[in-house]
Design a protein around this ligand. Sequence first.
Ligand SMILES: Nc1ncnc2c1ncn2[C@@H]1O[C@H](COP(=O)(O)OP(=O)(O)OP(=O)(O)O)[C@@H](O)[C@H]1O
Length: 211
Amino acid sequence: MGGMDVRMRGVACLHGRIEAVADVDLEIGAGERVALTGTNGSGKTTLLRAVLGLHRQVSGSILVGGRGTASAAEWAWRRRSCAWIPQKPAAGRFPLLGDELLASGGAPAEAAEAARKLGVGALLGRPLHTLSGGQLQRMYLARAIGAVAAGAEVLLADEPTAALDFGGQEEAADVLAALPVTLVVVTHDRALAQRCDRVLEMAAGRLREVA
Ligand SMILES: Nc1ncnc2c1ncn2[C@@H]1O[C@H](COP(=O)(O)OP(=O)(O)OP(=O)(O)O)[C@@H](O)[C@H]1O
């Protein structure tokens, strides 16, 4: 089983004056699968983005595999180590094609194979903005599988099954739970939460474990 540990101490995140995340302490073991649930606007996306360095107004400490992000080299390492499935896929400045998205995970062949298995293999030449929500979500899942093949040991996934049909939700939940990584997944999907080792809940920026 692969995966790296993720450790947070006293993490707080601001959006301007809004405190989106407050005083989060969290220890996730290597290879553990954690579901993050909670009310809308409670800070889940912000917390995941902070781990990736996409949210910069952060205080406290976030270590992945024991490493921080004090230097540009450490940030680059963090980005390679953590695969990412965004909640709101960015359209980008230029029309990005399916196979270009897959290549950005670092293992194009493995990602394309995953795309075929997920039923979007015929769409690789299409601009992403022409895909349906569910097709796009499958494409991002395929990219994450490629990123894991390229060496990522943590997967941060933000509502990765929200746009999928029922069969697709089950299939994606199985695929996500079987990846040899530490999984932190924001989800309101019971099938996916049930496949995780722990369920945590956020409310107004604070985290608590659900029994
Ligand atoms: N770019 C932004 N500028 C200002 N405030 C923001 C921004 N992004 C998020 N927020 C605020 O930060 C808080 C946390 O938002 P976040 O997206 O992290 O919540 P969430 O738990 O992921 O919500 P959801 O379940 O609805 O996706 C909310 O009050 C939100 O309005």
